[in-house]
Design a protein around this ligand. Sequence first.
Ligand SMILES: *Cc1c(COP(=O)(O)O)cnc(C)c1O
Length: 355
Amino acid sequence: MEIKFTKAAALKEKPVDETTLGFGHNFTDYMLVMPYDEGQGWHDPEIRPYGNIELSPAAMCLHYGQTVFEGLKAYRTADNKIQLFRPDENFKRLNVSNQRLVIPPLDENLAMECLMELLRIEKDWVPHTEGTALYIRPYIFATDPYLGVKPGEHYLFMIILSPSGAYYSSGLDPVNIYVESKYVRAVRGGMGYAKTGGNYAASLIGQDEAHKQNYSQVLWLDGVEQKYIEEVGAMNIFFVIDGEVITPMLQGSILPGITRKSAIELCKSWGLKVTERRITIQEIADAYDAGKLDEVFGTGTAAVISPVGHLKWNDKVMEINGNKIGDISQKLYDTMTGIQWGKIEDKFGWIVEVK
Ligand SMILES: *Cc1c(COP(=O)(O)O)cnc(C)c1O
């Protein structure tokens, strides 16, 4: 399918100081837009100047949340190649989310072609400083001007790009996490496994409470008994107990992270014992009391690996590994970011170069 290109009258200044980029504030010169109309399918992809879009005040996405999204990054290597980490997994997952939200599937090759073309045009926006990347946000939303509740017949698929700063300015700082025991994020049979705005909307109140108590993120428990550990809302969670790497199994309420999957594959390749199973928060507290909780870390595209320094469950505050990053967390971080930035050979075939 041909991708139409509409040139911008003028290009923006690229950020000069890449150390102050932060996350999600700056956007590049262009964006990709592709409509879906019932009867026509996905058609007429266009790369056009980044800017506001026109939407009916009745657009269904605004009222009933029929939206899905993805998140990945483009990395610049020392020899100025631009590369992506397992992007095929993102478009595969986008279609899983689409299926759950009754959004028509998107040809994964077409989506990839759209992304590659946009990146070829915008490659100068991939920042150069150590630890920085160009964050990529593909998303889909229903645009039908209609207040009835039903799946849309008209959608937009869009991709916007945002140069982002290094997640950690001074090494891998452990984060403090608060176990939420009042609210839940998702339930089995719900949309927990889909990357959709509604899951985030459900999580804001917990996040707010955590911040009030000086914790940066929330660890969610299962929606039925609030006993079993699920995830951190934008990260999956791992525990190292007595040398064994344990992470909650995927059973519908947890987002299947690509960083999670990669961490499991790496740990197995190192001969570590990795177990995906249901695990209760009580079990974690018991392991902590027995001195067997070696490491806790989160996995996600944004931070890659986030060591947990403190875990608060009701009145119990667990300090993990003396509030220092553990060996497995550090090795996973070094290996994964090493592959992403082209410093370490990619033995797994995870890297896709933008040419
Ligand atoms: C995106 C996301 C993650 C992390 O997934 P990655 O593919 O590793 O970036 C974890 N949990 C939720 C709820 C997410 O939306």
